[in-house]
Design a protein around this ligand. Structure first.
Ligand SMILES: Cc1ncc(CO)c(N)n1
Length: 228
């Protein structure tokens, strides 16, 4: 069994909760409150800045030029393609790129990005890939599911989001991470696999927490009113 197949079995209960989440369902049927989406876009922009750094670290840890080049392409794609989606939504909300960058991260955004960066900096290349894989993989699954909801992809407001995450290019990114992790774990011991599985499941759980955070617009308890 490929290592990714084992992970795919383990993540099922968490993915089921992701797909049923009111934030995700709301994008799919177009009923999501735009204020919640606005909050999410800002936090996701901050998230993606840190996420992109994982690809930079991946380039440093890569063992061959081909893999290094792919990490460089993923870094570029995140900053200049995926985040263009956010900048376009920002225009609709009247948020500039500078304002996105100056926003305050929520506790969940901080916890999630810092956990990933910690693993990326202190771990092996396989551990780094285990940390980033749930991001690409879970969004691709959500994108593909929402695309099949009638009207979702052509929705005036949420259609662009669904298009981005159901796109072939985004799917290829997820598949590349899956294949790399499988390749890096061919000879891994059971102890190494267990450690990778734990990292993978932690960021999978953080993906769920991110939907929760966005839906409830959760900032630090004391200054919740100031930050929304
Ligand atoms: C929180 C989060 N996870 C994954 C993705 C997909 O890149 C994203 N944009 N945001």
């Amino acid at each position: 069994m490929k290592f990714s197949e084992r992970l795919h079995e383990k993540l099922q209960p968490i993915w089921r909760k992701n797909h049923a989440h009111p934030f995700v369902r709301g994008i799919g049927d177009g009923t999501l409150d735009k204020e919640k989406f606005r909050f999410y876009m800002i936090q996701d922009y901050l998230y993606l800045i840190e996420y992109a750094k994982l690809f930079a670290i991946g380039a440093v840890k890569a063992r061959d030029v081909k893999t290094m080049g792919k990490f460089a392409a993923l870094l570029d794609g995140t900053l200049n393609e995926e985040m263009s989606l956010h900048r376009e939504y920002g225009k609709k909300f009247g948020i500039s790129a500078a304002e996105f960058e100056q926003a305050s991260p929520s506790p969940t955004t901080l916890a999630y990005t810092h956990y990933m960066l910690h693993v990326g900096q202190s771990g092996t290349l396989a551990e780094l890939v285990a940390a980033v894989l749930p991001c690409a993989w879970s969004y691709w699954e959500i994108g593909k599911e929402l695309k099949d909801i009638p009207g979702a992809i052509n929705h005036d407001f949420y259609g662009d989001w669904v298009k981005m995450y159901s796109s072939k290019e985004f799917g290829q990114l997820a598949q590349w991470c899956i294949d790399l992790l499988d390749e890096l774990t061919v000879e891994a011991s059971e102890a190494e696999r267990n450690a990778l599985e734990e990292i993978f499941l932690n960021t999978t759980r953080f993906e769920y927490l991110f939907w929760e955070m966005a839906y409830h617009q959760t900032m630090w308890p004391a200054d919740e009113d100031d930050e929304k």
